[in-house]
Design a protein around this ligand. Sequence first.
Ligand code: GUN
Length: 290
Amino acid sequence: MAKLIDGRAIAKKVYVDLRREIGELKARGVTPGLAVVLVGDNPASRAYVRSKDKMCRELGLHSVKLELPASTTQKELLERVKELNRNSSVHGILIQSPPPEHIDEAAIVRALDPRKDVDGFHPENVAKLVLDDASGFVPCTPLGVQRLLTESKIEINGAHVVVLGRSMIVGKPLALLLMQKNRNGNATVTVVHSRSRDLAEITRSADIIVAAIGRAEFVKADHVREGAVVIDVGINRVEDAASERGYRLVGDVAFDEVSKKASAITPVPGGVGPMTIAMLMANTLKAARQ
Ligand code: GUN
């Protein structure tokens, strides 16, 4: 049976450090501020935005929550972003993804002040990740995955990490992060995705599997070598009449069968999710410091 990697417990440890740093910043007269922008009413996005705002409040950060209707135009959204760029009490800006269809997300991201881009999606921050320039912002979920591994004393250095999924938010930046030439990098990284041939053969050669493919319980026991570490980034709502809400959350990994083969595994919920928010708070402090 795999050891459970407890994301909530590790996030709690991270918050101990963050609270100390917030105290130091406040003593210098700086209250770190985060603005979270939600366009439309996607229920999952609403839930994420709510928990980000709540965490800011718990930590005593300045929090701005902008909830805009789905009918918001590109021009209106750009205007709001520019206002937040100019607002000196806001150090970090996050625009919840995905926005409604009619919004050109890439153009909105380019309009962000890269120094406030705590999501690490702006081309300047993407370039810094490629260039190993630590002054940039790294996306929160990849940072959270790396921190889960290091805090759990799982060796990344020299390991074969197979990342499932090539998204801008998780797969691609995570691959770049774990192959960086530093203490918490130095992995041999393979990225597989929906079009990969012989996918299971590749994942079976992994020391560490990171599932970020966005398909419920996609990774089965057959994909996993005995003793591998499995990190599940997926959060999928599947219908469940027996549940009060009418759905339950499952990851990208078939937990019951895979946990019998893995040496360590993250649960969903309670694995990567809490770490993503913790890293968002960490990036906001970094923005305030800079
Ligand atoms: N949607 C899912 N994950 C994320 C994230 O990390 N940042 C933003 N902005 N949107 C998301």
